[in-house]
Design a protein around this ligand. Structure first.
Ligand code: PLP
Ligand code: COI
Length: 366
């Protein structure tokens, strides 16, 4: 197949960030503000398929103003992390799952799929070249952002773009919300993120573009993040703007967790999937189901629903302490991080950083 022929030319940067400056950046990396010295680019045309793969110095693109992505938003991205383990090994977490989700997104967005091996090879090359950029320290990692844009020139909308560029960049990252943070969430009833048949289940930029106005509203109401509800009734909980949600019932030995089922309009998060598999091995039953806002509020009031947390690559596991919405709000438990949330977080991080065995084969050595 074509997959075997795709290779990447290596063009190292002649002007990498000096080591002392990099060290200063890595002490407090933040999220998504600083990028490493290199990037991957790869082109697709109808005639040649995938070709012209390069590892090259990080830098701007030159694109014609009539390039398709600027007008119709044919774009898709992924997010995953590389970790420096205690042993010195460098690993990525479940990159095959990201490759598979990327290709599912390509099908929905009428974009050409990228062979999984090529997706992983691209990331491996970038991580290897820029390995000095992986920060040490619990909670720190190198966030990888592969993405694809439509690059054909022209304003017609009778067919998808005939040319594409795949690119991957990398950014040293601390935890998204800052350590120990508990978030307050806003139930969005005015806006809809995704509807049946739409693009909610894929990581296309348009989903995020349409969400900023609700995120602004959440901040105006004194909240940190939006909780999106179903499009038809604004009653069934789906997910947050960049994270999935988990609900903890009971406590101690009788604790169990529930996450909204994949309705077709929420993102099938890889952290979400990992926890569905990990929790039962810790004696915490985990199920997918439907939860209404009313049932959420009532179960909190009854003391049955004890904890809520958000999960995702950037957010890892972040406790939700309180909820607000147009018809009032409530506190979850006593508003502080719960024991089940903290246990799941430490077990997941344990696998990622190599403090714990990896019985699932999730960790991919670079
Ligand atoms: N939901 C949305 C809308 C997201 O953007 C993300 C982030 O990637 C997630 C959920 C969590 O997915 P994952 O665990 O694969 O990072
Ligand atoms: C991720 O967790 O990878 C995300 O994409 C979340 C957000 C920064 C968009």
């Amino acid at each position: 197949s074509l997959a075997h022929e795709i290779d990447f030319e290596i063009h190292p940067s002649q002007t990498p960030v000096p080591a002392a400056e990099r060290a200063r950046i890595l002490e407090a990396p933040g999220f998504g503000q600083v990028f490493t010295d290199h990037m991957i680019t790869l082109r697709w045309t109808e005639q040649r398929g995938w070709h012209d793969g390069k590892l090259e110095p990080y830098g701007p693109f030159t694109l014609d103003p009539a390039t398709a992505v600027f007008h119709y938003g044919q774009e898709l991205f992924e997010g995953l992390k590389a970790y420096r383990q205690d042993s010195g090994s460098i690993v990525m977490f479940r990159p095959r799952a990201n490759a598979a989700r990327f290709n599912a997104g390509c099908r929905r967005m009428a974009m050409p799929e990228l062979p999984e091996e090529t997706f992983i090879r691209a990331l491996e090359l970038l991580v290897t070249q820029d390995r000095e950029w992986i920060p040490d320290g619990e909670g720190n990692s190198l966030y990888l952002r592969p993405f694809m844009i439509a690059t054909a020139r022209g304003l017609g909308v009778n067919h998808p773009s005939s040319e594409y560029m795949f690119c991957a960049i990398a950014s040293p990252a601390a935890s998204y919300f800052g350590a120990g943070k508990t978030v307050k969430v806003w139930l969005s009833e005015d806006y809809t993120r995704a509807a049946p048949g739409g693009t909610g289940a894929v990581k296309c930029g348009g989903n995020y573009a349409a969400a900023f106005v609700a995120q602004q509203q959440a901040v105006d109401k004194g909240c940190d993040q939006v909780v999106w509800l179903d499009a038809a009734e604004h009653e069934w909980v789906e997910e947050m703007g960049g994270m999935n949600l988990y609900f903890v019932y009971g406590s101690g030995d009788s604790a169990r967790v529930l996450t909204p089922a994949l309705s077709g309009s929420l993102l099938p998060g890889i952290t979400r999937d990992s926890l569905l598999r990990l929790a039962p091995t810790l004696g915490i039953p985990a199920e997918e189901g439907r939860l209404s806002v009313t049932a959420w509020r009532d179960a909190c009031a009854a003391g049955e629903l004890t904890e809520v947390f958000a999960c995702g690559t950037a957010a890892v596991i972040t406790p939700v302490g309180a909820v607000d919405g147009a018809s009032g709000g409530w506190t979850i438990g006593d508003g502080t991080p719960g024991a089940v949330t903290q246990r799941l977080k430490s077990e997941l991080i344990g696998i990622q950083y190599g403090h714990q065995p990896d019985p699932f084969g999730w960790v991919y050595k670079v």
